[in-house]
Design a protein around this ligand. Structure first.
Ligand SMILES: NC(=O)c1ccc[n+]([C@@H]2O[C@H](COP(=O)([O-])OP(=O)(O)OC[C@H]3O[C@@H](n4cnc5c(N)ncnc54)[C@H](OP(=O)(O)O)[C@@H]3O)[C@@H](O)[C@H]2O)c1
Length: 326
């Protein structure tokens, strides 16, 4: 099969097309013929040598695909051979075939193309767990999302709005802010021009927000604490602004704040399969009713993988970058 491999750590140009043997599905796994695969920021970190695949994972990058089940073990699932599914992977998605745990496969929602389906898994699993399970966002509460126009951010805004919550987002340009409000954020703050603490407090009449979804960390943590309401939850999913952060222990106590975070890739199949079941029950109906749609910035041919990674590195995209095998 054709696959895209990382020839050596480096920039987008180190990604190259190669020939690989077909992977073998084991117990509880299926072999998928990949129609389309999504690009995620963690793929760029892996390409640079900063995010090695966990033990047992393929060295081929790629955390999400939409593909057709061609063989494997479907025991205990209601999936069928030949069905198109969206699958969350620990790696191996940048290939014509990949292996996925059957429990991490969800049917392609009605009305979506395989390219749209490939844009769903990484963002939905991540947002569901961090915003609704760790962050405990409830209807009527307010979510503050950093990076609202990212793949993760566009999913977070839509899921929160569908769940009956209010959303404030940040983004780095007027166009990206407009995309956030179009998706349902009631306030989008251009973080280059405006202090987000002032903007959030002023918008919430000084009360603050219930949950912050943070992908920056570093100096943002203490500022985000100032945005939190009493009993607020701050959930960290990335450290683009640095690993080390100061916390305001006074605010932590006085406002009974919770500071938490997680990474998805290293979690067990059982954990991810449980999220898949919840997504199917709660989020798949929202997608099929049109309340939640994957935001796809550009669809490339798989051979254009270098261009796709260059676009991600330039940071001009809104939503997801997707590639397809033709
Ligand atoms: N923990 C997990 O399980 C998990 C899983 C998946 C992804 N992630 C992380 O989630 C993040 C988003 O992933 P993605 O694939 O959706 O990537 P992406 O589309 O490239 O998004 C990166 C986002 O970070 C924003 N950003 C960077 N610096 C910022 C700052 N100083 N203030 C506010 N926003 C800032 C960018 O905003 P502008 O473009 O507007 O500047 C952009 O929206 C990545 O950092 C990724 O590593 C974590």
């Amino acid at each position: 099969m054709r696959a895209i491999e990382i020839s050596q750590p480096g920039g987008p140009e180190v990604l190259r097309l190669s020939e690989r043997p077909l992977p073998q599905a084991g117990v509880g796994e299926v072999l998928l013929r990949v129609r389309a695969f999504g690009v995620n920021r963690p793929d760029a970190l892996q390409r640079r040598g900063l995010y090695p695949p966990p033990a047992g994972a393929s060295d081929i990058p790629g955390l999400e695909v939409c593909g057709e089940i061609v063989s494997g073990d479907l025991d205990g699932t209601d999936l069928q051979m030949g069905q198109l599914v969206c699958a969350l992977l620990t790696g191996g998605g940048y290939a014509e075939y990949c292996v996925a745990p059957a429990g991490q496969c969800l049917p392609l929602p009605a009305g979506l193309s395989p390219e749209q389906g490939a844009a769903l898994p990484e963002t939905l699993f991540t947002v569901w767990h961090n915003v609704f399970e760790r962050g405990q966002l409830q209807a009527g509460q307010t979510l503050f999302v950093q990076g609202g126009s990212s793949g993760i951010g566009t999913a977070a805004i839509q899921l929160a709005v569908a769940a009956g919550a209010r959303v404030i987002a940040t983004a780095g340009s007027a166009d990206k802010c407009a995309a956030c409000t179009h998706l349902g954020a009631e306030l989008a703050i251009n973080y280059h021009d405006q202090d987000f603490v002032d903007a959030v407090l002023s918008h919430t009449a000084q009360r603050g927000v219930d949950v912050v979804l943070d992908m920056v960390a570093g100096s943002y943590i203490a500022r985000e604490q100032r945005c939190l309401a009493e009993d607020g939850r701050l959930v960290v999913i990335a450290v683009q602004g640095g690993l080390q952060a100061e916390i305001d222990a006074g605010l932590l106590m006085r406002k009974r704040q919770t500071l938490t975070g997680s990474t998805l890739r290293n979690r067990s199949v059982a954990f991810k399969s449980a999220i898949a079941r919840t997504l199917r029950e709660k989020v798949w109906p929202w997608i099929e009713q049109g309340q939640v749609r994957p935001v796809v910035d550009t669809i490339f041919a798989a051979e254009q993988i270098v261009h796709a990674h260059q676009r991600m590195e330039q940071g001009q995209h809104i939503g997801k970058l997707v590639l397809r095998w033709v």
